[in-house]
Ligand binder design. Structure first.
Ligand code: TXA
Ligand code: MG
Length: 313
């Protein structure tokens, strides 16, 4: 098994060394655990695709350790600059036109754009002190198509000893991936609803569009079936049937196998969702109670729809 390492100065130094020399480290972020590799090293990036079993046409997010690095890799217009000031470091990924510089071509699926994210982490400052300041490619640290990991143990369960180190930062705070926003000249498009609800962008963007029609391939990685357990997922379930595991939301008299938020709090539900899907993946069907669609509920429902989608797609 890979080394599951606590966040100590010694382990952080080792992690920085592994990344600098082309190895793979699973790192905690405020959203989910990521599988990190040096973004400028083709060999390391290739290994990320191989370890995840990820199709090469699905590009990786470039993670920078300082928001000031954005302009190095991308053309940042005034809308993007405003969003960076308001939301970074934090769970927002911006898809922007590439600058003349590029990270490993393998990470970019030959697109003219680059997805940039500056995460809120416990390790960036330490890495900088050890002489490594990115950038990193960092997809979620799960097998491609599976549920994202929100604990170090989830990463070990999925990727085992295919990674060189897993840095254990406890349970991720948000528990659901970053919001992916594509910035155009005069409007922005939500490619993936995520940890920042789209409503929060309204004060900053006059023309905000939603592009999350399930099944429609708007972003390369927006496959219909994704974030999926092995079990069939039955949505909007108001009862538990024989032989099913049941995920509840909010106060209920039903016998639940996991209530992702007994008080009906969407933040708590987002934080618990992936743990619940992983834990209850020991029966043929996971039935899930209806979850409201406003605020963070948009991202939760998006992931549930993909978890439920026919895996043939
Ligand atoms: O919260 C997160 O974003 C986590 C943590 C680890 O940072 N990372 C993550 O990465 O969720 P990943 O690779 O699992 O999902 C990234 C998504 C994919 O759907 C990919 O297709 C999309 O971002 N993406 C990456 N580059 C893109 C681009 N240039 N244009 C459109 N979509 C892009
Ligand atoms: Mg992923």
């Amino acid at each position: 098994m890979p080394k599951i390492a606590n966040i100590t100065s010694k382990n952080l130094e080792e992690a920085a060394e592994i990344l600098t020399s082309g190895g793979l480290v699973a790192l905690p972020t405020e959203t989910v655990y990521g599988l990190a590799a040096h973004a400028l090293q083709d060999k390391a990036v290739r290994r990320v695709y191989a370890v995840k079993g990820r199709p090469s046409h699905n590009p990786l997010i470039v993670h920078i350790m300082d928001s000031a690095h954005a302009e190095h890799w991308a053309k940042v217009n005034s809308m993007a600059r405003t969003l960076i000031q308001a939301f970074w470091p934090g769970p927002l990924t911006l898809v922007l036109p590439k600058s003349s510089r590029s990270v490993s071509r393998i990470a970019g699926a030959e697109l003219e754009t680059v997805a940039l994210r500056c995460p809120k982490t416990t390790w960036a400052t330490a890495f900088k002190n050890f002489g490594f300041d990115g950038p990193l490619v960092m997809p979620s640290a799960n097998r491609s198509g599976h549920v994202s990991p929100t604990t170090a143990q989830h990463v070990a369960d999925d990727l085992g000893d295919k990674v060189d180190m897993i840095l254990d930062g406890g349970e991720c705070q948000n528990g659901i991936e970053s919001t992916v926003l594509k910035i155009e000249e005069d409007h922005a498009i939500v490619l993936r609803p995520g940890a920042i609800p789209a409503e929060e962008f309204v004060p900053f963007i006059s023309d905000l569009r939603l592009a999350s029609k399930p099944g429609k391939l708007i972003a390369p990685g927006m496959m219909k079936s994704h974030y999926a357990p092995k079990a069939h997922v039955r949505l909007d379930a108001t009862n538990k049937r024989a032989g099913e595991n049941y995920i509840a939301f909010g106060p209920t008299d039903l016998e639940a196998d996991f209530n992702i938020s007994p008080t009906g709090d969407l933040k708590e539900a987002a934080r618990n969702l992936y743990s619940a899907l992983r834990l209850l993946d020991n029966k043929d069907v996971i039935a899930v109670a209806p979850v409201p669609t406003e605020g963070l509920g948009a991202a939760i429902n998006d992931r549930l729809r993909r978890a439920a989608a026919n895996k043939e797609h």
